[in-house]
Design a protein around this ligand. Structure first.
Ligand code: FES
Length: 352
C-alpha cells in the first residue's frame, strides 16, 4: 500500500494513499466537525463544516472529500478555519427554528453541539426563513423540513442502506428541500418506513413519532439487544426510560446490520406492552388454560419430559428450534436436547 507523508497541525505523519484528511485527523485524535459526512455513506462534501487550511491552497478545503497527498501541510484549527466554520453555522442558524427547548432532538443534535462549541447563536445573521408545514400524517416519522440543513444524509441512507431511492433534493436555490417523488407525503410515496433516514439525520428534521414528548435524550438509557422478528438477528438499542421501553434506536456498532433496520425492528416494539400479551406461563387444567408461576410450569415440564423419556426412550423426544431465537438460545436449546434429553432429534426451522 502506497504511504503518503504529510503534516497535520505540525505533526509529521504517514497515511495510506486515498485516506481523506478527515479520516487522517480522526486517527490522530483531532475532532473535525462534520454534518454531512457519514463513514457508512458515499462522500458528499456539502455542508463544508469540516473545512481545513491546506498550505498553498487558495481556498479552505472540505476535509471529508480531500485525500491526503505527499508534502501536504494541514491546519485543522487555524483562525480562518474557525471563522469559516462559525460563518457556516451562522448561515444555517439564520434559517433554522429557534425551538431547541421543545425540539425532540435536544441533547442529540449535531447542529446544536457545534453551535455550542463555536459560540454561535441564532440572530447573528438575519434573513428569510422557511415555514414548511410539519408532515406527520403517517404513523412513524415526523418530518420538519424547517429543521433540515440539506446535508443529504437521509437521501443517501434511503438509497445506499435501504436501497429504495425514495428521497431526493427538489426545487432550486433557497427553495431546495428533500422530498419524495412529486413532493408527496411519505405515506403516498414508495417509503417503506424503515426509519433509516431518522438514524442518520443530524438535526430534528426527522424524528420518530412514537417517542414524541416521551423523554429527553439524557433521560434515556440505551440497552443493546437482538431483534426477535426474523432470523437475520439485527442488533439495536432499546431506549428505556424509568424501566419502560419507549423506542428503538440504531446502534452503529451492530456487526450484523450496522444502523440498518426494517419497519418491524424499528417501530414494532410496542407489542411488549400490548394488553393481550401473555405474561405468565399457562397450564391446561380441566381443559382450560390457567395462569401459573414459572416454578410450577417448569416443574410440570420437567416431570413430563422425564416420564416420556422413561416410558418410551430418549428418542421418543424431538425438538424444533426457531430462527427467531438468538444463536446463544439455539445453542443452549440443542445442548439441552442432546445432554439432558439424551437424543439428537433436534432440528431448526431455517435448515431447509
Ligand atoms: Fe465535510 Fe460536510 S462534513 S462537507
Amino acid at each position: 500500500m502506497k504511504m503518503v507523508d504529510l503534516k497535520i497541525d505540525g505533526r509529521e505523519v504517514k497515511f495510506p494513499s486515498g485516506t481523506t484528511v478527515l479520516e487522517a485527523a480522526e486517527e490522530l485524535g483531532i475532532d473535525i466537525p462534520r454534518l454531512c459526512h457519514d463513514p457508512e455513506l458515499t462522500q458528499y462534501g456539502g455542508c463544508r463544516l469540516c473545512v481545513v487550511e491546506i498550505k498553498g491552497m487558495r481556498n479552505l478545503a472540505a476535509s471529508c472529500v480531500t485525500a491526503v497527498s505527499p508534502g501536504m501541510e494541514v491546519l485543522t484549527g487555524s483562525a480562518p478555519v474557525i471563522e469559516a466554520r462559525k460563518s457556516i453555522l451562522e448561515l444555517l442558524m439564520a434559517n433554522h427554528p429557534n425551538d431547541c427547548l421543545t425540539c425532540e432532538k435536544m441533547g442529540d443534535c449535531r447542529l446544536a453541539d457545534y453551535c455550542y462549541l463555536y459560540g454561535v447563536k441564532k440572530g447573528s445573521m438575519e434573513g428569510e426563513s422557511h415555514n414548511y408545514v410539519l408532515e406527520d400524517q403517517n404513523p412513524f416519522i415526523v418530518r420538519d423540513l424547517n429543521k433540515c440543513i440539506l446535508c443529504g444524509k437521509c437521501i443517501r441512507a434511503c438509497s445506499e442502506i435501504t436501497g429504495k431511492d425514495v428521497l431526493d433534493f427538489s426545487y432550486r436555490g433557497f427553495d431546495t428541500k428533500v422530498t419524495a417523488f412529486g413532493d408527496s407525503p411519505l405515506l403516498e410515496s414508495d417509503c417503506i418506513f424503515c426509519g433509516n433516514c431518522i438514524a442518520v439525520c443530524p438535526t430534528g428534521a426527522l424524528m420518530e413519532k412514537q417517542i414524541k414528548n416521551k423523554a429527553r435524550q439524557w433521560d434515556i438509557k440505551k440497552v443493546k439487544t437482538t431483534c426477535p422478528f426474523c432470523g437475520t438477528g439485527c442488533n439495536f438499542d432499546l431506549c428505556v426510560k424509568n424501566g419502560e421501553v419507549i423506542s428503538v434506536a440504531s446502534n452503529p456498532t451492530s456487526v450484523v446490520n450496522g444502523r440498518a433496520l426494517c419497519i418491524k425492528g424499528r417501530f414494532g416494539w410496542d407489542y411488549i406492552y400490548h394488553p393481550k400479551r401473555i405474561r405468565t406461563p399457562l397450564i391446561k387444567k380441566n381443559g382450560e388454560f390457567v395462569p401459573a408461576s414459572w416454578d410450577e410450569a417448569l416443574d410440570l415440564v420437567s416431570t413430563r419430559f422425564k416420564e416420556i423419556s422413561a416410558n418410551n426412550g430418549a428418542d421418543s423426544f424431538a425438538a424444533l428450534s426457531s430462527a427467531r431465537c438468538t444463536n446463544e438460545e439455539n445453542y443452549l436449546f440443542q445442548k439441552f436436547v442432546r445432554v439432558v434429553m439424551g437424543t439428537n432429534n433436534i432440528d431448526h426451522c431455517a435448515r431447509t
